[in-house]
Design a binder for this molecule. Structure first.
Ligand code: ATP
Ligand code: MG
Ligand code: MG
Length: 379
């Protein structure tokens, strides 16, 4: 069997490895962390920095195709590998996704509306910022995730302070939009331009981090769901994208659909597909890399996913504990995924729990019971 390589050894890489191995492939993971979640379960774990020449040479030698799971793997590494191996996604598409300014330009070129925004790279741009962008959110153009590298600002003074706090890195200031709720679309596109997508997910964030995903999306009428899938498809086609792509959207209080950002890989909001669809987002990633057929995933069970952050590993007095897994596994339709991370930290993604059932109402009811048993807030 041939070996499939993944850049990055986090939980997304781990679930990719599971899917690849199930289809009979060997896997190679490149991640500097000796105890990375994907490295622990992969046949081969190359433990070097992403740009290390010897590490890249090892991946080249071993792999038949390459993918990435970590948004911030330097596009240069993918570029080097992609010159010799099929790479899905390609370095160029990843480079666009890694830079919020380029990403927004791409959305505009595809005719998909995004939040009004301005690039802030110089003190002049800061001083000249349009007052209509306040109140807003200042986001570093690169390397942000889970709400890190972002500051909410209401006034020019707060904006200036926030930019200092973000070390005057290149930033995008976005207008704070009146959100009704958030959704995402995960799609897969192959080298022949064939495209399939998962059903639309509805996502609840807490403190900038995904907390709950519900499918079918409770507040999304069919027309909106079709519009989101269509917009995501245009965004992928415009990039000549090959691989799995997630596009996050805001739905505003007046019903308008606005694109937020994209991730060039499987996404936290698609984890439910492992247990609730007949093809998961990770299997789609394997199929895209290897030229295996793409089929549209069918949701066979309504599902709710709860993210399990490191906070659950601490009691009220800050002492470490193990969450009561037996209590949630006693619920019918509970699918527990733990990522094998060596230490818990607040805000760190340690695992997720998907609850499936016959009906959306039943999935939600079970998820609420699971949340209560774990000490998570209701939704
Ligand atoms: P991810 O982990 O999804 O990559 P991120 O750090 O890149 O997150 P964003 O998706 O840009 O962050 O923003 C995080 C959350 O903050 C959004 O899901 C949304 O809830 C809120 N948010 C971001 N931008 C806006 C905006 N312009 N108006 C209102 N809310 C926003
Ligand atoms: Mg992001
Ligand atoms: Mg986001």
């Amino acid at each position: 069997a041939s070996t499939l390589g993944v850049m990055g050894g986090g939980q997304l890489g781990r679930m990719f490895v599971h899917a690849a191995q199930r289809l009979g492939y060997f896997t190679a993971v490149l991640d500097p962390d000796v105890a990375s979640p994907a490295g622990l379960v992969s046949h081969v774990h190359v433990q070097t920095d992403y740009l290390d020449e010897q590490g890249l040479a090892q991946m080249l030698q071993r792999c038949a195709a390459i993918t990435t799971e970590f948004e911030n793997v330097p596009a240069g590494a993918l570029y080097t590998l992609g010159a010799h191996l099929p790479a899905a996604p390609g370095a160029e598409a990843v480079a666009v996704c890694q830079d919020r300014a380029r990403e927004k330009r791409h959305f505009e070129q595809c005719g998909v509306p995004c939040a009004p925004h301005a690039l802030i790279e110089t003190p002049e741009q800061l001083a000249g910022v349009d007052a209509a962008l306040l109140p807003g959110i200042l986001k570093t153009a690169r390397l942000g995730y889970d709400g890190k590298g972002q500051r909410r600002v209401a006034t020019r003074a707060e904006l200036a302070l926030a930019w200092d706090e973000l070390k005057r890195a290149p930033c995008v200031l976005e207008r704070l939009l009146p959100l009704a709720f958030e959704i995402s679309v995960i799609l897969a596109r192959n080298a022949d331009g064939e495209l399939v997508s998962l059903p639309v997910q509805q996502n609840l964030h807490r403190d900038g981090i995904l907390a709950v995903t519900q499918v079918p999306a409770p507040n999304v009428p069919a027309g909106l769901s079709a519009a989101a899938r269509d917009a995501a498809g245009r965004i992928a086609e415009g990039l000549g994208y090959v691989g799995v792509l997630c596009v996050e959207f805001f739905v505003l209080q007046d019903g308008t659909l606005v694109v937020n950002e994209m991730a060039p890989r499987p996404h936290n909001s698609g984890h439910y597909s492992i247990d609730a669809c007949d093809v998961s987002q990770f299997e789609l990633q394997v199929r895209c890399m290897t030229g295996l057929p793409l089929v549209a995933p069918r949701l066979h069970s309504p599902a709710v996913m709860l993210n399990l952050l490191g906070d659950l590993w601490f009691d009220a007095d800050g002492r470490e504990r193990t969450p009561d897994w037996a209590a949630v596994l006693a619920l019918p339709g509970a699918h527990l995924h733990l990522y094998g991370k060596s230490s818990a930290q607040r805000g760190r993604k340690m695992g997720h729990l998907t609850l499936t059932a016959d009906t959306p109402e039943a999935a939600r009811a079970t998820a609420l019971r699971a949340a209560e048993r774990l000490g998570l807030p209701a939704f």
